[in-house]
Design a protein around this ligand. Sequence first.
Ligand SMILES: NC(=O)c1ccc[n+]([C@@H]2O[C@H](COP(=O)([O-])OP(=O)(O)OC[C@H]3O[C@@H](n4cnc5c(N)ncnc54)[C@H](OP(=O)(O)O)[C@@H]3O)[C@@H](O)[C@H]2O)c1
Length: 267
Amino acid sequence: MNLDQKRILLTGATGGIGSATAIKLAEAGAHLVLVGRKQDKLDALKAQLANPGQHLTITADLSQPDGLSTLDSTCRTWREQGIRIDVVINNAGTNQFAYLSQRLGASIEQEFQLNLITPVLLSQKALGWINRPGIILNVGSTFGAIGYPGFSTYCAAKAALHRFSEAMQRELQGAGIQMLYLAPRATATRLNDDRVTALNDALGNNTDQPETVAAAITTALRKESTCTWLGWPEKLFVRLNQLLPGLVSSSIRKQHSRITEFVSKTL
Ligand SMILES: NC(=O)c1ccc[n+]([C@@H]2O[C@H](COP(=O)([O-])OP(=O)(O)OC[C@H]3O[C@@H](n4cnc5c(N)ncnc54)[C@H](OP(=O)(O)O)[C@@H]3O)[C@@H](O)[C@H]2O)c1
């Protein structure tokens, strides 16, 4: 898709990957709808973008039914007024680094809600107002393809988001809407608390800057790439885990005591 003057709705816009993506897409000539929980943060981001007068904001907590309804009704009203959305990027996400035995039920529900249920429901609502041709892009994770200790429910939510995206890409054949999936590897944002950053350093894991992910999202939209895995050797491990999961398990087994050490630290 040529992104010039396309209207792109971006959730999690004020986060690390979200704000870098907003900057990149605005530079490409897109007109954005920035979605976040705090109006002052949305206004500050909007002021930083190319052509700030072209961008709109929606304040909504997308983990709540009210937040999704607000977003849906705003987009419907705009459509009646001639403001049409060409692309939806489901980017808002959350996780908590902890073993399952350490987790509270409410935090598990919140993680599934924001990483899986919210993008599914927002995609469903978007089918009612998105322009054709249109694109819905879901931001997943390498952990959606590799089950990793300390992130079990996040891995599960992102794996389901991947499968949802694949099924919808096939279901929407001929409908004029593409559903794409893009999976970053570890990225330097506040999603990762100090323990996760220290663990990644200790294990020698690669970490991308949010600008790298923003560039990949922009390319995926331009090329309409169905599925994008970021990073080398992470994309090799994704394939290896499908074909020979025992090999990946034995490599992660060697990291287990390190992971336990960091997951047990208090923040
Ligand atoms: N960072 C990584 O290592 C990494 C790796 C792979 C995939 N990802 C994925 O990339 C996406 C962006 O993550 P990030 O790294 O940019 O994290 P981030 O900096 O923590 O940003 C997360 C964004 O989600 C928003 N959000 C959280 N709870 C929300 C809610 N209830 N309603 C609406 N928005 C909410 C946050 O809004 P506020 O600004 O209002 O807090 C923030 O804008 C996520 O889907 C994440 O799973 C990240």
